[in-house]
Design a protein around this ligand. Structure first.
Ligand code: HPA
Ligand code: ZN
Length: 350
């Protein structure tokens, strides 16, 4: 996937990326050696770097009709298996610095990365290692690369609600609020959405709002109950953005809700393109534009999605949805509009 000078040069803001989904195989290999963690997945062990690389051919799920095979990790399994090498504060720092340095190379001026603290604390990693590592990277990347970031705490939705709420309270001193350390300014909802609707987390979201934080939730494209999840997000939880949410096009009342409330979608075209035909997927972007739904282009989990980053996702939108340069510029501006940075930071981007 070649990146054109036009896309490479666009000033970018990334609003939908999971930091743990940017852990590159080379760093994963290095950390596995440093921490003496075996690189294992189910009954397989990756004893060589080549074997590890092979494991990145993940499937979307195990359904054979979609090309899934039982012995190949699904996307989320691979993502959480990758997390196992992250243990010390320095590990989390290096992971985040790798991504933020890459931001500078891709002309991403500002980012709001998601982090899954429960993916680490449930393995026995102290919360401070995660939070202090990311905090130090946030500060160093702003100073060193000029890449600023405000992060998003995610509840892991297939874990018990109380566990997410407890993790949030642990992390709260690191929030960006009076007296806080300034790492994260919002709360999101990620991981496996199967029978885990946003409303289950209504109390957690309400608490985050009372704490002065922004709220967003994943409503995964093409998943079971997706329309109900979008409805809850808009009308019950009262989110400010929706991550994915592309199924909104099927229901007029949901479209109206988004437009009325000015809720934008953080879309990740390549993630959907892995399992959706070009001629089905890309006209949807054109439809959203024509209907006045605000959205921006992002990458989700680039390392587990064929190494397609925000610039590659923009390239796909540009060519496969047949967008003009003016429309691409509009999408880039949407991301500035949809972000929750301070006004002076926004003015610096466009
Ligand atoms: N979808 C849902 N949850 C996630 C993802 C994703 O792509 N990546 C990390 N958590
Ligand atoms: Zn995501």
């Amino acid at each position: 996937l070649e990146i054109s000078p036009f896309i490479a040069g666009l000033p970018k803001v990334e609003l939908h990326i999971h930091i743990e989904g940017t852990l590159q195989p080379a760093l994963r290999w290095k950390l596995a050696q440093r921490n003496e963690v075996p690189l294992r997945f189910k009954d397989q062990e990756y004893n060589t770097y080549e074997a590890l690389l092979e494991s990145y051919r993940v499937t979307y799920n195990h359904r054979p009709e979609l090309g899934g095979r039982k012995d190949v990790p699904t996307f989320l399994e691979a993502y959480f298996a990758g997390c196992e090498v992250l243990i010390s504060e320095e590990d989390f720092y290096e992971l985040a610095m790798d991504y933020l340095e890459r931001c500078r190379e891709m002309n991403v001026r500002y980012a709001e990365p998601f982090f899954d603290i429960q993916a680490h604390t449930r393995r026995g990693v102290p919360a401070e290692h995660v939070l202090n590592g990311y905090l130090r990277a946030q500060q160093d990347a702003a100073a060193r690369y000029g890449v600023r970031s405000n992060w998003i705490f995610c509840f892991i939705r297939d874990e018990p609600v109380e566990d997410g709420e407890a993790a949030y309270e642990t992390a709260l001193p690191w929030a960006r609020r009076p007296g806080g350390k300034g790492l994260f300014h919002a709360v999101g909802l990620a991981s496996n959405a199967y029978e885990r609707p946003p409303s289950l987390f209504a109390d957690g979201f309400a608490k985050a709002k009372r704490d002065g934080l922004h709220v967003t939730t994943h409503c995964d494209f093409g998943q079971k109950d997706t329309h109900e999840h979008i409805r809850q997000a808009i009308f019950d939880v009262g989110v400010e953005r929706i991550d994915h949410g592309l199924d909104v096009l099927d229901k007029e009342e949901l479209m109206a809700g988004l437009v009325d409330k000015g809720i934008g979608l953080t879309l990740c075209p390549h993630a959907y393109h892995r399992r959706t035909a070009t001629e089905v997927l890309f006209p949807k972007l054109r439809q959203l534009l024509d209907r006045g739904v605000k959205f921006c282009i992002n990458s989700d989990d680039p390392v587990y999605m064929h190494d397609v980053w925000i610039d590659g996702n923009m390239e796909k939108a540009y060519h496969l949805a047949g967008l003009s340069k003016t429309e691409m510029l509009q999408l880039a501006r949407n991301s500035v509009d949809m972000c929750w940075a301070d006004e002076d930071v926004k003015k610096d981007i466009y």
